[in-house]
Design a protein. Structure first.
Length: 414
């Protein structure tokens, strides 16, 4: 009877459990992929600025902390003071080295991981020094040094990278846990020989609470950066098409132009306009026009590389920035996409018909066409109008033009 009841309960809940697993795990996988992805160029640039700020603060703190053992050593020199002075000097020199590295615009993707790990390990190293001086209670009950962990974890939010926040928090947690285990293993921490227990007795519950606080700080910093990324994404997306908006394009274009100049690499920009879009709207309505823009935006988004910037410039105009791409390569790419757009059917649900649209585009390249951001954009815009004036449904570049003229009926009706 019991077996029958158990099997009945299993059969009752199995579909619900299976449905939960089917729905939950894909979302969990998607969340993990989102959280563990790079922050993107704009947030990376903000993170580089934050890295420089952290480097300055770290250097200032290391300099102030260096004064304590220096003054103590010269007033009453002891070998303990010499060890403390050595540790402080090493920390200061490392802080100087990191500052110089960051100040020289050494904005490699891994620098934030290294410096955050350095900050956390510096705190742990200080606690280890207390163990080496046979003062384990100071190592596990310090109320000054331990709090610096939270400063190190909080500083990770200035890098705008969820991965750095998570790794720094886990590193702090694991290092401090190791210090507690070593102290509790090699010292009888509650022995009366340590009376009057200036830093307090060893309390396992208190240590567990400290580790929980470190974990909470790590989760909080991760949540702050994750929310910042989400808000940034919302503020840079075009509400209708879902691709980047004009504001994001302006920022990224400036960054990519600066990078192209610095590394002497080509960069090409394409201005794209939908042909006869007003006629399309007048014929099928604005809802159909919105659907058409969404369809064309999806084609553009899927056709270019992830490193390219596809944005809605305004109305029915789109713009694409292609870093490390010369004019010839970009011209051929845009020409292929022009064919794809021309062959893409747009279903008009209310009228139950299918229509098609075409695009005209102009491409311009750095440094051949211009070395200035606004001028390069202007050249691409002029060439787009040249393509339109030449009959539409074509791509215009420097001395190149791909032509596929069509009548108005062909451009509007399938």
């Amino acid at each position: 009877m019991r077996e029958h009841s158990s099997s009945g309960i299993f059969l009752l809940f199995y579909p619900r459990v299976r449905l939960f697993i089917v729905r939950f795990f894909p979302k969990l996988k998607s969340l993990r992929r989102y959280l563990w992805s790079s922050p993107g160029p704009l947030l990376s640039e903000a993170g580089a600025s934050g890295e420089l700020l952290v480097a300055r603060i770290r250097l200032a703190l290391a300099g102030m902390l260096l004064l304590v053992p220096v003054i103590s050593f010269f007033l009453s020199p002891h070998w303990e003071d010499l060890v403390g002075l050595t540790v402080a000097v090493v920390a200061f020199l490392l802080s100087v080295a990191v500052y110089v590295l960051v100040a020289k615009d050494y904005s490699r993707s891994w620098i934030g991981f290294v410096t955050s790990g350095f900050d956390v390990t510096l705190v742990s190293g200080t606690l280890v020094v207390f163990l080496l001086f046979d003062t384990p209670h100071t190592a596990v009950n310090s109320k000054v040094v331990f709090e610096v962990y939270f400063l190190a974890i909080a500083a990770t939010t200035l890098r705008y990278d969820v991965r750095i926040c998570a790794l720094a928090g886990l590193l702090a947690l694991s290092q401090y846990a190791a210090i507690v285990v070593v102290a509790a293993t090699y010292w009888d921490l509650n022995n009366d020989a340590y009376a009057p227990f200036t830093y307090g007795k060893f309390d396992l519950d208190a240590q567990v609470s400290r580790m929980i606080l470190l974990l909470a700080a790590s989760l909080l910093s991760t949540a702050v950066v994750s929310r910042a990324r989400r808000l940034r994404r919302l503020s840079t997306s075009d509400r209708l098409t879902g691709i980047f908006n004009r504001g994001y394009f302006d920022e990224r274009f400036r960054i990519e132009m600066s990078r192209a100049r610095r590394y002497n690499q080509p960069l090409t920009i394409a201005m794209i306009d939908v042909d006869h879009f007003k006629l399309f709207n007048d014929t099928y309505g604005h809802a159909a026009g919105d659907a058409a823009l969404q369809k064309i935006a999806a084609v553009l988004q899927s056709s270019f590389r992830q490193s390219d910037i596809v944005a809605r410039y305004g109305g029915e105009e789109f713009v694409v920035v292609m870093p490390e791409t010369d004019l010839s390569t970009a011209f051929e790419k845009v020409e292929k996409i022009r064919h794809i757009v021309a062959d893409t059917p747009i279903h008009i649900a209310k009228q139950d018909v299918t229509a098609k649209l075409t695009i005209s585009a102009g491409v311009a390249s750095f440094p051949d066409d211009s070395s200035e951001q606004d001028d390069l954009l202007g050249v691409a815009d002029e060439r787009m109008f040249d393509a339109k004036n030449a009959g539409r449904n074509q791509v215009c570049g420097s001395g190149k033009r791909a032509v596929l003229q069509a009548t108005d009926d062909e451009m509007v009706n399938a």
